[in-house]
Design a protein. Structure first.
Ligand SMILES: [Zn+2]
Length: 211
């Protein structure tokens, strides 16, 4: 892909109360980020398994055929492969949109959207360390499922990538609710505790409408 322009991020998690942070593209200090922990090889393998399972669950839920599926339209990366601009302080992940250019079309070139799910290893590792009942597989399964739902909704034009911040917050709640719907019947040890951890993010509709 030929990444050209960088869009605003959408993020999952980050703060304990209410709605998760919506990234405004703040670029963290590069040196400070360097010191933060990255997934080790073993953890990367677990995260890869979570990606595979999340892809399957989301494509089944949205009844996407192999041709419709977004395989060529997104990538999941961890801190080891992120540029400073793709790092964000606080959230567990963010989706960054790139405009790609295809040169293989009869009409010369065509642009397409490419999404990068940027996992923020240190934020995930920090919460796993802090909260005993959270484990890396169910936790990253939740995060990746959540971000894939965002991407499906962007690509189906159910949600505008550049929505207002109020609309982004409403979308965030919707996506947490969908994530819960998709994962609630999945049999994975420890997943129930992850769903409880994120409960605040999907029950904030009232808070939002009162503000
Ligand atoms: Zn989100």
């Amino acid at each position: 892909m030929g990444g050209v322009s960088q869009g605003q991020g959408t993020t999952v998690g980050g703060r304990k109360s209410g709605i998760s942070k919506i990234s405004t593209g703040n670029v963290p200090d590069e040196k400070a980020m360097e010191k933060k922990k990255k997934f080790n090889r073993e953890q990367i393998a677990v995260v890869n398994n979570a990606v595979t399972m999340a892809e399957e669950l989301v494509s089944n839920y949205y009844k996407l055929s192999a041709a419709q599926w977004l395989r060529q339209k997104y990538d999941v990366k961890t801190v080891a492969d992120l540029s400073p601009r793709e790092l964000v302080n606080g959230p567990f992940a963010q989706v960054v949109r790139y405009k790609g250019q295809r040169r293989d079309t009869a009409l010369g070139s065509a642009t397409y959207d490419f999404y990068k799910i940027c996992l923020q290893d240190y934020a995930i590792l920090a919460v796993l360390k802090k909260i005993d009942v959270l484990h890396i597989f169910p936790f990253t399964l939740y995060i990746i499922t959540h971000e894939l739902i965002h991407i499906v909704r962007f690509s189906k034009f159910l949600q505008n990538f550049n929505a207002s911040s109020v609309e982004k917050m409403a979308e965030e709640i919707r996506v947490h609710q969908k994530t819960h719907t998709i994962l609630e019947s999945v049999q994975v040890p420890g997943l129930a505790d992850t769903l409880i951890f994120f409960v605040n993010w999907r029950t904030s509709l009232d808070d939002l409408s009162n503000n």
